[in-house]
Design a protein around this ligand. Structure first.
Ligand code: NAD
Ligand code: DAU
Length: 339
């Protein structure tokens, strides 16, 4: 079995590469990544010598490159993680989100048609469903919830999902789509809430909470996301969408306070800053379909996962300190200074 994993130098893709190489010692994994600001070869350092692993730098939107790659590698399965993934950046500059998330996906789909594959899997997000009100804890996103996007990021991911479904209906391409809630765990880029708050707290810097901090996210430990995708690409029904989440809802403020408590830091480090435009209020997944059809359930409770994650950032300071030096400083200033 040969799998092309796109975006494998990023957070979830990197965790998926490690997960698959460990679980399937006979599989070949080809990782393709453009190494944007979010791609990090240090995430893949420990597998670079694995004879079953190959890394290639390239753009999923580069048609010639992708066709040559498919022609040479003849993959069985494609798992597409490659994306621009940060909502705040999509508000600053939507263009690159459209290019990678929509055009990039369409190039991969065309390559699948041209060269033939057993499965194309699109890694999507619960953000395509929009948001839920804060005062209706009885409501959850199901696979039937209408697409209703808020940010350029979520609009680009929803567009990609629609293309993937169109290629299934029109060209009978064997696809699956997964829509996951917020992930956390090792190798998470410290522009996102949990790793940013851990890094800032460890450095005694202010923790910028948007608005009132009451927005709710449904947190999933990244390894549980990897096990769900593993099940879907092997046993999922062709043409289907599967939601992935684990009823681990927390307000942002609860998450931030937990991090401060675990690190023994004062809550006075919290700084309320102006809200994200169009800020989604609550995400909450109903994972019943993947549970009943594929027997998937998350194994890591939030309280356990957050401790493991904090410990990883404590033990791997060089990994995130490299990222937070240089170019990232300019981004941080632009996003947070005078906010
Ligand atoms: P990430 O930003 O950490 O990683 C994205 C990776 O894609 C990086 O390594 C980057 O270099 C690469 N990339 C970007 N543009 C590329 C291009 N044109 N060609 C090839 N590679 C390119 O993102 P992540 O958090 O790991 O998310 C991975 C996927 O999962 C994304 O599709 C995202 O929409 C989806 N997702 C993320 C979450 C989450 O909580 N992080 C939740 C649900 C879904
Ligand atoms: O739900 C899945 C999505 O989760 C993925 O599709 C996205 O790729 C991923 O980035 C994530 O999106 P969010 O916008 O939910 O994640 P983020 O970590 O950026 O923010 C989480 C919450 O924390 C959100 O309500 C905004 C808030 N926040 C975030 C940052 C970076 C803050 O209050 N302060 C911050 O500095």
């Amino acid at each position: 079995m040969k799998i092309i994993v796109t975006g494998g130098a990023g957070f979830i893709g990197g965790n998926f590469v490690h997960y698959m190489l460990k679980k399937y010692p006979l599989y070949k994994i080809v990782c393709l990544d453009l190494l944007t600001y979010a791609g990090n070869m240090e995430t893949l350092a420990s597998v670079m010598d694995n004879p079953n692993f190959t890394f290639l730098k390239g753009d999923i939107a580069d048609r010639e490159f992708i066709y040559n790659l498919f022609g040479a590698e003849k993959p069985d399965i494609i798992v597409n993680f490659a994306a621009e993934s940060h909502v705040d950046r999509s508000i600053e500059n939507p263009d690159v989100f459209l290019q990678t998330n929509i055009i990039g996906t369409s190039v991969l789909l065309d390559a699948c048609r041209k060269y033939g594959i057993k499965r194309y899997h699109q890694v999507s997000t619960d953000e395509v469903y929009g948001d839920l009100p804060l005062d209706r804890s009885d409501l959850f996103f199901t696979e039937e919830t209408p697409i209703h996007t808020s940010s350029p990021y979520s609009a680009s991911k929803a567009s990609a999902d629609l293309l993937v479904q169109a290629y299934h209906r029109t060209f009978r391409l064997p696809i699956t789509i997964s829509r996951c809630s917020n992930n956390y765990g090792p190798y998470h880029f410290p522009e996102k809430l949990i790793p940013l708050m851990i890094a800032n707290a460890m450095s005694n810097k202010k923790l910028p909470v948007y608005g009132t901090g009451e927005n709710v996210r449904d947190w999933l430990y990244v390894e549980d996301h990897c096990s769900a995708i593993d099940l879907i690409i092997h046993n999922g029904r062709i043409g289907e969408v599967y939601n992935i989440g684990g009823h681990n809802e927390r307000t942002n403020l609860e998450v931030v306070k937990t991090i401060l408590r675990e690190l023994g830091k004062e809550e006075s480090l919290i700084e309320y800053v102006s809200d994200r435009p169009g800020h989604d209020r609550r995400y909450a997944i109903d994972p019943m379909k993947i549970k009943t059809e594929l027997g998937w359930e998350p194994t890591t409770l939030f309280d356990v996962g957050i401790r493991k994650t904090i410990q990883w950032y404590v033990d791997n300071k060089t990994w995130w300190e490299h990222i937070m030096s240089g170019e990232y400083q300019d981004y941080y200033k632009k996003m947070y200074e005078n906010r």
